[in-house]
Design a protein around this ligand. Structure first.
Ligand SMILES: [Zn+2]
Ligand SMILES: [Zn+2]
Length: 333
């Protein structure tokens, strides 16, 4: 099924004509619970990884005090999905209860010094995401992260890999996995994607001062929130990037270590639409989402929770070899 963003409830470029030349395409990925394969674009799905290529590992020593077993996280997720399709008052069986109780944080010895296999977060085939930045000859973007948060600024250490899917003749299955992860909400639940291209405008901090002042006045007059209409919520590729964060210069895209200004690649989003959906981002196909009894919730299908922040991943336009830059972004409207 496709997912379709409704016609915009308010066309910002008509209110602020200067915005017309600042529009950018962004691909809303619309992750939804599913069973992706290596052939699919996915969040939390298996990666098409060559059998003879080493799986990326994090080798730093991590300060970590509590962990959960990855196998227990996954089993509890699938059990919860199954239980939601059964009658509400049916109690868990003793086996289910014991499985659910395994999925609890446990104290661990710190630091954690063993090399840690990274967790797959997403893979995007270029065929599904128009304009996806890719090196020459590549057509698949893969994103993984370290399951421990003990990295600079507590930003998940993200690893980005581009490859040509056609050159993978035998894929690695099963890939190495970390036996434990720091929190269950660092594990993305398997989702298939329904990419859709829409238009985004800059966040207020990124607007020229004159336009930004008029936006402020308009918000004051109308009670509308500009960002609600300008910036697509949820998991997405491309677009404008930073909304706001505690970085002083957060309005500008971050710089790569080489000095170049980076460009938005991928956003690990919060909910697929905001609670009151002022900006009208809830897809037409999900109009009845609140009435559907299902787990995970339609609007929060990945289970990823990074402290009410989005994680934005930027790439260096000078070289795909340069490591990605990540920024945690508040989305307070
Ligand atoms: Zn790490
Ligand atoms: Zn660079």
């Amino acid at each position: 099924m496709t997912r379709t963003t409704p016609p915009r409830p308010l066309e910002l470029a008509e209110v602020f004509p200067e915005l017309a030349r600042m529009s950018r395409n962004v691909t809303r990925l619309h992750p939804r619970a599913g069973l992706p394969t290596v052939e699919d674009s996915s969040v939390g799905g298996p990666l098409l990884w060559p059998q003879d290529e080493p799986w990326p590992m994090c080798t730093r020593s991590h300060e970590v005090y509590e962990v959960v077993e990855l196998e227990a996280v996954r089993a509890a997720h699938h059990l919860t999905v199954a239980r939601w399709s059964r009658p509400e008052d049916e109690p868990p069986t003793p086996e289910e209860q014991s499985l659910l109780s395994r999925n609890k944080p446990k104290k661990t010895d710190s630091p954690h010094t063993d090399p840690v296999p990274l967790l797959p977060v997403a893979q995007l085939y270029a065929r599904d995401v128009p304009g996806l930045p890719c090196p020459d000859g590549a057509n698949l973007l893969q994103i993984l992260w370290c399951p421990f948060m003990d990295h600079d600024d507590d930003v998940p250490a993200v690893h980005v890999r581009w490859r040509s899917a056609d050159q993978v003749t035998a894929f690695l299955s099963p890939p190495p996995e970390p036996p434990v992860i720091e929190r269950e909400d660092y594990w993305p639940a398997p989702c298939v994607l329904h990419p859709e291209q829409v238009t985004e405008y800059p966040a207020p901090e990124q607007l020229p001062a004159a336009v930004s002042a008029r936006v402020d006045a308009w918000q004051e007059d109308t009670g509308h929130h500009y960002t609600e209409f300008a910036v697509a919520p949820g998991w997405k590729a491309g677009g404008w990037g930073v909304v706001s964060s505690d970085e002083d210069d957060a309005a500008d895209p971050p710089r790569c270590g080489c000095g170049a200004v980076t460009a938005p690649l991928f956003t690990v989003g919060l909910s697929e639409w905001n609670e009151d959906d002022e900006g009208g981002w809830r897809p037409l196909e999900d109009a009845d989402a609140d009435d559907r009894r299902c787990y995970p919730p339609v609007g929060d299908p990945t289970g990823i929770e990074l402290g009410d922040e989005e994680l934005q991943i930027y790439y260096c336009p000078e070289s795909y070899e340069h490591p990605p830059v990540t920024v945690r972004v508040y989305r307070l409207l």
